[in-house]
Design a protein around this ligand. Structure first.
Ligand code: 16G
Ligand code: ZN
Length: 532
């Protein structure tokens, strides 16, 4: 049997429902788990082609992140651990949406367009989250890969960022780390322990952190990692997968959107808490103050903390490297003002979705990128990495402050997962920075005050009627909408609002911020009415 006959035969075991059309959205294919079997098989096929084309290992992650347990999804990971390149998102859709009898033609078409040599070998890394459906769906990916003659390493249940990390390690011949869970835990924890050494006299209270694992994979893998942390962090883990439902009334997305604490977490006053999302690529922090009031420290606050720390260290180390912070339209106006006016760093705004932020951050020596929802990381250019490493290893430096700063920068590099935003890695970096700077969560929170804001969503027949420009901050169509939003915004002090189609669901999203919560709510409501 030829390879293609095998594909044809096996694909019949993963039939596509006639007429079903799915989009490769911001974070890959994502929908009800029941609709995804054929998609998984076909993404296995596509991963093989991508691997042959790039002559590198490609990742396939089965997850629907913060979405409900009943959903699932899949995305491809490119050689350096980034999201797959846009042309291949198009191929993903061609392949996914080809009716059963047109699958081989669609496959051949990609092979021809990309001039792929089928002789080339292919290696695929597969990972999955804890969803019940993930087991069977990742099996379908595997069958797709094997049908087209690819080799597979199945990592089983890992966080999304862990799979990205493995792919990057594999394709950089170990320069980035070793492509194993052990390698991941060792690299990140060593970086963190080095940072923590610079904060020697912390009390147990200061070392204590409450973590909401969203009843997902992040909880499991954090448990594995604890033994590497040398008691520098004392974690109380809740929503740890033992009983509750994934993402249900818990997790980073719930906390951020609802602006309230997750269920199932014991929080005492003033205590530092954080929530991961369902695949552990997002994190937000929060605490309850002395009168029981809830305070959220989202991705913007994390970016500001990290940006400030890195900038300080660069100054102390005497390193002239350009640092920028990349945000999206959702970034709180106060954070942008703080970064530009007080911290005086370059700030860029991109469209929502990790790939856009990641891409923009690559333009700088050091690019800190975070979405307000808690997804983010820091990218260092090769030149920046070299300079930091050289300085950290330079034994001729007599200036202690300079030496320490260089070493702290080097440890920061090690703790960061540069492949993609990573809740565990971000958590370790935040904990390290707070420890070194001797900051409590309350002190961190006072760096700037968030403008009150409100997010809303509206179901519409076709979200594509709304198109946007200026990093999604202005609506181009339907005609007149932006003018109406502009008028509404003028009614409220310090306000801002935008409307954008979701890249992951069939809805329109609305964001409003203003001087008071009442005004932010009222503005959001008025903008909603303008969209209907
Ligand atoms: C996805 C994106 C996330 C973005 C969100 C927006 C990745 C890995 N994830 O979850 O970055 O914030 O979509 O969703 O890119 P929306 O378009 O529905 O608002
Ligand atoms: Zn996620």
């Amino acid at each position: 049997m030829t390879q293609f006959e095998k594909v044809s035969q096996n694909s019949a075991l993963h039939p596509k429902p006639v007429g079903l059309v799915l989009q490769y959205g911001t974070a890959g294919f994502r929908t009800s788990a029941e609709e995804l079997d054929h998609i998984m098989f076909r993404m296995g096929l596509l991963a093989v082609l991508r691997s042959k084309k790039t002559k590198a290992t490609i990742g396939v992650m089965v997850t629907a992140s913060h979405n409900p347990e009943e959903d699932n999804g899949v995305k491809l990971v490119d050689p350096m651990g980034e999201m797959v390149t846009p042309t291949w998102e198009e191929y993903a859709m061609q392949l996914a949406n080809a009716e059963q009898d047109a699958l081989l033609t669609a496959l051949m078409d990609i092979i021809k367009k990309e001039a792929i040599s089928m002789e080339q070998e292919a290696n695929i890394f597969i990972g999955k989250d804890t969803r019940q459906s993930s087991e069977k769906l990742s099996q379908a990916v595997l069958e797709g890969v094997l049908s087209l003659g690819g080799q597979v390493h199945d990592y089983g249940v890992v966080t999304t960022p862990q799979l990205h990390f493995m792919v990057r390690c594999q394709n950089t011949q170990g320069c980035y780390g070793s492509p194993t869970l052990e390698g991941y835990y060792q690299k990140l924890s060593q970086g963190f322990v080095q940072l923590a050494k610079h904060a020697p006299n912390r009390t147990d209270d200061q070392k204590h952190l409450t973590v909401d694992g969203a009843n997902g994979v992040g909880a499991l893998r954090l448990r594995d990692m604890e033994r590497f942390l040398q008691n520098q962090l004392q974690i109380s883990l809740f929503n740890d997968c033992s009983a509750g439902k994934l993402n249900f009334q818990c997790g980073a997305d719930y906390v951020k959107v609802q602006q309230k604490p997750p269920q199932g977490v014991e929080m005492s006053m003033g205590e530092r808490c954080c929530s991961f999302d369902g695949d552990a690529d997002r994190i937000v922090y929060y605490y309850k103050d002395s009168v029981g009031c809830f305070h959220l420290l989202d991705g913007d606050k994390i970016a500001t903390l990290i940006g400030t720390f890195i900038k300080d260290m660069l100054t102390q180390a005497g390193l002239d490297l350009q640092i920028a912070v990349v945000q999206t339209a959702y970034a709180n106006g106060s954070s942008t003002r703080y970064l530009e006016d007080i911290l005086k760093v370059t700030v860029c705004c991109t469209k929502t979705g990790v790939k856009h932020l990641h891409h923009a951050a690559q333009e700088f020596d050091i690019g800190v990128y975070f979405e307000a929802n808690g997804h983010g990381t820091v990218l260092f250019s090769n030149a920046a990495l070299e300079k930091i490493q050289q300085l950290a290893q330079d034994s001729s430096i007599k200036d202690e402050k300079k030496k320490t700063a260089a070493q702290l920068l080097q440890s920061t590099v090690n703790v960061i997962n540069q492949a993609v935003g990573d809740a565990i890695s971000d958590m370790l970096l935040v904990e390290g920075v707070l420890a070194i700077q001797g900051l409590s969560v309350q002190q961190w929170d006072t760096m700037y005050h968030d403008l009150p804001n409100r997010q809303r969503k509206i179901k519409v027949a076709d979200r594509r009627v709304i198109t946007t420009t200026d990093a999604e901050r202005r609506a181009v169509t339907p005609p007149g909408l932006q003018e109406t939003v502009d008028k509404l915004v003028k009614k409220y002090p310090q306000s801002r609002a935008f409307v954008r189609p979701s890249g992951t669901e069939d809805i329109i999203r609305i964001y409003a911020e203003a001087d008071t919560q009442e005004n932010a709510d009222a503005l959001a409501q008025e903008v909603c009415l303008a969209v209907y």
